[in-house]
Design a protein around this ligand. Structure first.
Ligand code: ADP
Ligand code: ZN
Length: 734
């Protein structure tokens, strides 16, 4: 506090100064004076002047330790009447900033992202029944009154609607004093979930697993559990017990899901169990809804949130449990501005808030598996599918021995299985993780390949839309008839398949079948995708052809054949995590089959049937994969046995990017156990017209990667305006 102004009697008066974190790339909070009479506390959301602008910010502590003369400081403009961010939340934001080496202001911004303004939601005008009764009792009036007795208050339109009378009847009653106006709080975004509503009796393994989680929730201390078991073993049912326990204890719960916008079935299932839906949180919410959810989470009115990774930054008041479903999913990694993995940050949030975190997956990440093996996480295993539903019978189709017909991509073995499935009136799913018609188009005469002018990537043909498109920057052009290089007409060849091309092949073989192609290109966005997924679940398609959108969480009861068109795609790219990704994706997709009692099959087309990943998949024993993969990682000191950080340098000029990368490398301090690889061109060397170089920092387990990288940046060359340096601690692909 500074002693500067004088009060009425000439005595020095304390001026209160607080640190305010503004949502900009700043390294620390700025100090502001709290005007007389304004109430702010640590965590309050305020508006402050910053240069010529007014911005929102968070009061970071109750008092500033800044020694600046308060006369030189500006004052807070306004304080908002909304719930302050808790101390845990502020510590969490600080932690994320220092772990990811991101400006704390930008991390704080993630927690402020929702509301456009922080004014309280307006109250609603309502009506309440008084003791007064009308002079003349008509049947309509009596109906209104007897209905109104059932609830403490009503809105005018709600009451007229429910009673089936015009609003003039209501107005007449108000005029006679039968109703009096009242103000009602804004309605909650969801009803309160009831922990006892639809509890299912658990079976065998499930009971023990649920008991362990419930005990963890009761202990109200930090722990991490890994719940691992095949799709359909009842993992969701089991973690719902932990959710119920947290609700009974009055705590809030966050359930993270990788594709919440595309899994409305999850919300329904939650409702069946708890009698109310959880609040949803993802980027497709309407702005008004986002604001409401954000505010009601802060006020504790919302008890359970089911959300995408950004839900971790909601201002929970009393968080007591986080579930990370499909914890291995790459969608948890954000690679934009702030590079973070929501799974890992969820664990940090639990440690700061002293509550349990539950990671759930049929195919856990190698990191989580090792943490469980080494005893840092408790490992909870569900061994079989619920109710004896059989896992699909999996077979590899050796494409060298059973090649497709000329110009096709489906082996006769696959086509025969699809035919049989159709005869039984059941559904098939063909999976190919490639959008569009063909990943590469070339001229058969001169060999010209269509490449993106802004990126080092081929243009992908989208035949339904008649365009060639870049999947990195969105550049697109009409598919030409002639080669732009040699001018030859009608000699352009599509190379390789995308889902559209598979659809074309399927249509030829099954002209009578109802076919649905599902990929993120579908016009109509998330809404349309939801409708298509519902249609499939209802049996309104015979054959579904889809990208990884179909892999996640959907329950298609009549789906008994899953065909993997090209199991080798993900193995080719030289990424050390490729085996893990392929194993997880293929397990997940084949797990879409046989969710009910019907006998089901999975066929996996591959040119490498002896590859350990393929062998592990068909063996039905995930251990075959994990044991081998863990040994390999340990030998190579790859995560989690070593640590990685990537530094990506991009610039308009290739030479500038490369020079800066070299400069950074030279600035690396000599630290034993940490080494720098590169610079080398980044896996995508040109994106949106910017050249990219990458340095990879490798350290032993426990190495101070953040300290090392910060030193490189501090001692390295100054960043010029057109140059951009991104730091990715624990990169996904390496
Ligand atoms: P997972 O999350 O492991 O894929 P789920 O929890 O979705 O498994 O369970 C698979 C199916 O079995 C679901 O339809 C679920 O409702 C049902 N199920 C699992 N356990 C039980 C149980 N104890 N009682 C009734 N139904 C159950
Ligand atoms: Zn491009």
């Amino acid at each position: 506090m500074g002693k500067d102004s004088l009060d009425l009697f000439g005595a020095p008066r304390e001026v209160r100064v607080v640190p305010v974190m503004v949502p900009l790339p700043v390294a620390k909070p700025y100090s502001y004076v709290v005007p007389d009479g304004m109430h702010v506390e640590a965590g309050s959301i305020v508006q402050v002047p910053l240069g010529p602008r007014q911005v929102f910010g968070v009061v970071w502590a109750g008092e500033s330790d800044d020694k600046v003369d308060p006369k030189k400081l500006k004052s807070i403009t306004a304080a908002f009447d909304c719930h302050p961010l808790t101390k845990d939340m502020r510590s969490f934001l600080d932690w994320v900033a220092s772990y990811t080496l991101s400006p704390p202001g930008l991390v704080a911004r993630m927690a402020l992202r929702a509301p456009a303004a922080f004014d309280p939601e307006p109250m609603i005008e309502g009506l309440r029944l008084t003791d007064q009764r009308p002079e003349r009792q008509t049947p309509a009036r009596l109906r209104v009154i007897s209905l109104a007795e059932e609830a403490p208050a009503w809105t005018r339109s709600g009451l007229s609607h429910a009673a089936g009378v015009s609003t003039s009847v209501i107005d007449g009653l108000v005029a006679q004093g039968v109703f009096e106006p009242v103000f009602l709080p804004p309605p909650p975004v969801t009803a309160l979930p009831d922990p006892d509503y639809g509890a299912a009796p658990l079976e065998g393994d499930q009971r023990d697993a649920a008991d362990q989680l419930v005990a963890a929730v009761r202990s109200a201390s930090f722990s991490v559990s890994l719940v691992d078991g095949v799709t359909g073993s009842g993992k969701t049912e089991v973690y719902f017990e932990a959710v119920a326990e947290a609700l009974k204890l009055g705590r809030q719960v966050l359930i993270l899901l990788p594709e919440i916008a595309l899994t409305p079935a999850f919300l329904e299932r939650f409702q069946d169990r708890f009698g109310a839906k959880p609040a949803e949180w993802h980027s497709d919410l309407a702005p008004r809804t986002r604001e409401k959810v954000w505010r009601q989470v802060g006020e504790g009115q919302v008890r359970v949130v089911a959300g995408a990774r950004s839900a971790l930054f909601l201002p929970f008041d009393n968080l007591g449990l986080v579930i990370v479903d499909e914890e291995h999913d790459p969608a948890y990694k954000q690679e934009d501005r702030i590079f973070y993995n929501a799974r890992d940050m969820a664990v940090v949030r639990g440690r700061i808030g002293q509550f349990p975190v539950v990671l759930v997956s049929a195919t856990p990440s190698v990191e989580s598996r090792v943490n469980a093996d080494q005893g840092r996480y408790s490992h909870i295993h569900l061994r079989s599918r619920f109710g004896g539903a059989a896992l699909p019978d999996l077979h590899l189709v050796d494409m060298r021995r059973h090649p497709p017909a000329r110009g096709g991509f489906l082996s006769p073995v696959m086509l025969r299985a699809m035919e049989k499935t159709r005869e039984r009136g059941e559904q098939s799913l063909l999976f190919l993780n490639r959008r569009g018609y063909a990943p590469l188009t070339l001229c058969r005469v001169c060999g010209h390949r269509f490449q993106c002018p802004n990126c080092s990537a081929w243009l992908v043909e989208h035949r339904f839309r008649g365009i060639l498109q870049c999947h990195h920057c969105g550049h697109n052009e009409k598919t030409p008839d002639a080669c732009p290089e040699c001018g030859t007409l009608d000699h352009l060849a599509a190379c390789g398949p995308g889902v559209e091309r598979i659809a074309e092949e399927v249509e030829k073989s099954f002209p009578e079948s109802r076919i649905i192609v599902l990929s993120s290109d579908l016009s109509g966005g998330v809404k349309r995708l939801r409708l298509e997924l519902e249609a499939i679940a209802k049996g309104e398609a015979d054959i579904v052809i889809g990208t990884q959108l179909v892999a996640k969480g959907h329950n298609f009861p009549n789906m008994t054949l899953v065909g993997i068109v090209d199991a080798d795609i993900g193995l080719a790219n030289g990424d050390p995590r490729a085996a893990e990704r392929t194993f997880q994706l293929l397990s997940q997709v084949t797990g879409r089959a046989g969710r009910t009692g019907l006998k089901s099959h999975g066929l996996i087309q591959t040119y490498q049937p002896l590859h350990p990943v393929m062998q592990a998949i068909v063996s039905g024993d995930p251990e075959m994969f994990y044991e081998r993969e863990i040994v390999e990682r340990e030998k190579a000191l790859m995560p989690p046995f070593g640590r990685l950080a990537a530094i990506i340098i991009s610039a308009d000029s290739r030479a500038d990017a490369e020079a800066h990368a070299r400069g950074l490398r030279q600035a690396a301090p000599p630290v034993s156990g940490i080494s720098v690889l590169g610079p080398a061109e980044a896996p995508l060397a040109l994106v949106r017209g910017r050249y990219r170089f990458r340095l990879l920092v490798h350290g032993r387990r426990g190495a101070d990667m953040q300290g090392f990288v910060s030193t490189m940046i501090q001692n390295g060359p100054k960043e010029r305006a057109s140059l951009h340096v991104q730091i990715d601690i624990d990169p996904q692909s390496f």
